[in-house]
Design a protein around this ligand. Sequence first.
Ligand SMILES: *Cc1c(COP(=O)(O)O)cnc(C)c1O
Length: 359
Amino acid sequence: MKNRVYNFAAGPSMLADEVLSELHEEFFNYHDSGMAVMEMSHRSKGYLEIFEDAKARLKRIMEVPDDYEIFFMHGGATAQFAAVPMNLLKKKADYIITGNFSRKAAQEASKFGEVNIVYDGKENDYSRIPSSEELNLSEDADYVHLCSNNTIYGTEWKKYPDTGATPLIADMSSDILSRRIDMSDFGLIYAGAQKNIGIAGIAVVIIRKDLIIEADPKTPQIMDYALTLKNDSMLNTPSTYAIYVLGKVLKWIEEIGGIKEIERRNIEKAGLLYDYLDSQSFYQPHAEKDSRSLMNVTFRTANEELDAKFVSEAAKLGLCNLKGHRLVKGIRASIYNAMPIEGVKKLVEFMDEFARENG
Ligand SMILES: *Cc1c(COP(=O)(O)O)cnc(C)c1O
């Protein structure tokens, strides 16, 4: 594909060329139906095949056990900040705050019940993930909530806390399908699709069946897990095109070798950036070494003017959207599954050149 840039945006973000070209090929006339996918009824046979295929691929790739359900829901991850407590918070829930999104999740949950903040990393500017010993988990929480990858700060859990019989719930919006996880460690995971697995418009929710219980009576139908199950994620018109794109992304992952290969690539890509960062002193990484994210690499130069110069000169070379989030400032390279290693190599080359010219 011509004139494509390396898009380091945090989300929505890059899609693989293979995915885009299949979408393009099928755009006007999907499989001889004479219509585009976005024109198809969600109840039609043709569309239901797309829907079931996406679900089956996700189950296969993530090795989702049979006692879990997969939902496609509206409103992105943010709707799940509310849906989780509306469905599951009966008395009290533990929230681990490792960044902006986990704080938002806790704030939303506090509208629906008692929220116990068991850790908050604001003192160290969210530059690290806590150890299990640092968490003051409750004895009697309905669940423990964490964010597996902190998109803005560039930190990621390497080993999840053992919460015993209390279900662990994770917002995996920015690292779902980036590496292998054991679904049975979790009661529920959710993710907006637009970072690692598709486009904006859906959240994927994977929930252990015994957690599908009666929601708070004021829960809107569209956020109710029991009703979502009963209607197989089609209580109303689902985000048909976003689910179709998700299926294409999953097909691409299977074709290149599944999650094992994705994980290998992600370790290699992030390794190039972190090895470079550790070899020099012009750039300072934000995240502490043992908490570094494979998906969002955050760092800064000596001052904000130089950061801005870096971002604008990189963009001229087709290395786009490297500006850090306003809460951390500096520079952020989001290198999700679809970012090719060539993009990362080109970025490291540019970083080195920029450091030599401006150091
Ligand atoms: C982007 C992001 C969100 C917000 O996602 P929406 O789908 O826009 O609601 C939540 N959590 C994490 C970890 C994110 O990266």
